[in-house]
Ligand binder design. Structure first.
Ligand SMILES: Cc1ncc(COP(=O)(O)O)c(C=O)c1O
Length: 381
């Protein structure tokens, strides 16, 4: 039985999302994990693996390679060879590794913002030069600013970090958009570090996820694509992700950079990933339907309140709300006092915005919106 309406108590489970408000009456709508139980086949596979009772060093099972390769071919018409896959304990690890492996100290790494904070942090942590280009807000949606990207390219910029589907602005970039970006990266000889962790969360029926590496072999040759079952099947705490690196030299460099520093993916991560990709189609379809309804409700709420606005969420379970007109110094703290906790846009490089995670039972979303509304009403008095 699948019932996304049933709330699951997450307090006292060391959940980072819920522990932020330990002892306070605040509904956490910030960090990007879902308040739904993982699919039954994932839980069952984990139980069976745990029951075996030996948790030694584990490599990725052959059937997981086959399952991932089959999924990439089926979903994206992308033919990937097993040797192109590199297993990683997480995407943030991958973003940081990509900076170290494919660029040198002082090189420029470009990113379009607002964006998930590790995109902005990774270049700095690796002592690379962060080159930020703002996304363009046009026709009520965010788009890549191709002219801005071109203008910011110089000989020292060696890599573009792409987030697709995009956290936090909820875009699933189209083929035309990806082709334009790819063309610029080719022209300026930039590696593409593509974080596609939200690829299984396309909410619009008329949209699809397109891995940028799948559009052309020449693009694939300069791209590291990173994916994981963690967002879609709600298993981020199990740390299993993978990179697709078709170019042999890039792969060698990536593996060399990882050596001795990046641990193997853990046994339970592999087990959960296999069950997620292989056995959870029905659950996934129902999840998307459920998320669509929550999204529609959030969008209708925001559209009907003065002073706030948000773009349509094509993909992900994250709403990006412009609260600048409210004139709040600290919007997140302000709404926490009314009982709801959002992510601060400042962390994504854009103060004056908040991000709302709507992957929760409908009753929880409803309560969160009531708290949000109380905070908004208080401003109008
Ligand atoms: C775009 C993006 N990349 C990476 C991550 C985190 O990935 P991981 O937990 O695999 O490091 C997130 C989590 O919110 C994300 O939104």
């Amino acid at each position: 039985m699948i019932d996304f309406d049933i709330p699951v108590e997450r307090r006292n489970t060391s959940s980072i999302k819920w522990d932020r408000y330990k002892g306070r009456n605040v509904i956490p709508m910030w960090l990007a994990d879902m308040d739904f139980r993982s699919p039954r086949p994932v839980i069952k596979a984990l139980l069976e693996r745990v029951e075996h009772g030996i948790f030694g060093y584990t490599s990725a099972p052959e059937v997981l390679y086959e399952t991932v390769i089959d999924m990439l071919r089926r979903e994206y018409d992308w033919k990937v060879h097993p040797e192109w896959l590199v297993w990683l304990p997480g995407l943030v690890t991958g973003l940081n590794l990509a900076c170290h492996a494919f660029t040198a100290k002082g090189d420029g790494v470009m990113s379009a913002f607002p964006v998930y904070n590790p995109f902005l942090e990774a270049p700095r942590l690796a002592e690379r030069r962060l080159v930020k280009v703002e996304l363009k807000y046009e026709n009520s949606r965010y788009e890549l600013d191709y002219d801005g990207i071109e203008a910011a390219c110089d000989d020292g910029v060696k890599m573009f970090e792409l987030c697709n589907p995009h956290n936090p602005v909820g875009r699933a970039f189209s083929l035309t958009e990806l082709e334009r970006l790819a063309e610029i990266c080719l022209k300026h000889n930039m590696v593409i570090s593509s974080d596609e962790i939200h690829c299984g969360l396309i909410l619009d029926e008329d949209k699809r996820h397109i891995p940028i590496a799948s559009i052309d072999p020449e693009i694939a040759e300069r791209t590291i694509t990173m994916m994981a079952p963690s967002k879609t099947y709600n298993i981020p705490g199990l740390g299993c992700a993978f990179a697709v690196v078709p170019n042999r030299e890039m792969r060698t460099e990536l593996l060399r950079t990882m050596k001795g520093l990046v641990p193997f993916v853990n046994t339970l991560g592999f087990t959960a990933a296999l069950a997620a990709f292989r056995d959870c189609g029905e659950w996934h379809a129902k999840l998307i339907t459920y998320l669509r309804r929550n999204r529609d409700e959030l969008e209708a709420f925001v559209a009907s309140r003065p002073g706030i606005s948000m773009p349509h969420v094509e993909a992900t379970y994250l709403g990006w709300v412009d609260v600048r007109e409210l004139g709040l110094e600290q919007a997140v703290t302000y709404f926490e006092d009314f009982g709801v906790g959002f992510s601060d846009g400042a962390g994504f490089g854009m103060p004056g915005f908040i991000r709302i995670n709507f992957a929760c039972p409908h009753s929880q979303l409803k309560s969160a919106l009531e708290m949000f509304d109380a905070g908004l009403a208080n401003l109008n008095h």
